[in-house]
Write a protein that binds this ligand. Structure first.
Ligand SMILES: Cc1cc2nc3c(=O)[nH]c(=O)nc-3n(C[C@H](O)[C@H](O)[C@H](O)COP(=O)(O)O)c2cc1C
Length: 164
């Protein structure tokens, strides 16, 4: 799969088969995450791989917007040191996670972190030290749903040449 195909075929999936994701695939995905660009190359991220069903269930009770984390075999939690561009950097890493998962035949859904009122609950649950921000929680697994096409705004409504 080429990059453009991965970008265009990725869709958020919120229902997963129970099959575990092999550790090698998880590590491949995270190896791609660390190659994301970062402001001043500070690479402020760290990744917590949560496979334990009890911990995933607890995260899902904190994050009512992401109940699917309870049933996804893996949840990758992206945290960043509290640097100037932590959010942009962490989001770039998160997008790499989604695209690498797509390439490996896995589906995913990004669940919000930063700005959510459950940030401290999730960070505390996962024993993340002080000074880190919760960026995202990515559910990953084999899809168990038929993906309806999510409408995307047409390119010609978005592009301006030279001036807005
Ligand atoms: C920053 C961010 C936060 C998101 N948070 C959630 C979330 O908490 N729960 C959820 O179900 N989807 C979440 N999503 C997924 C979006 O709902 C999804 O990307 C959007 O509906 C477009 O669908 P697509 O990913 O299939 O293109 C989030 C996506 C982004 C980029």
């Amino acid at each position: 799969m080429d990059v453009i195909q991965a970008i265009k075929s990725r869709r958020s999936v919120r229902q997963f088969q129970p099959n575990p994701v092999p550790k090698e695939k998880i590590l491949k995905i995270l190896d791609c995450a660390r190659f994301a660009p970062t402001a001043r190359n500070v690479q402020p991220w760290e990744f917590i791989v949560v496979t334990d069903a009890n911990i995933r269930a607890k995260i899902a009770t904190f994050a009512s917007n992401a109940p699917f984390i309870k049933d996804s075999p893996v949840c990758i939690v992206v945290v960043c040191k509290d640097t100037k561009y932590y959010l942009e950097d962490g989001c770039a890493a998160t997008q790499n996670i989604l695209l690498a998962a797509t390439e490996l035949g896995l589906s995913s859904c990004w669940a919000a972190g930063d700005k959510k009122d459950y940030c401290q609950d999730v960070l505390g649950l996962l024993s993340v030290p002080q000074g880190y921000k919760l960026i995202s929680m990515v559910a990953i697994g084999i899809s168990a749903q038929n993906n309806a096409d999510v409408p995307k705004i047409e390119l010609n409504q978005l592009v301006h040449w030279e001036k807005f």
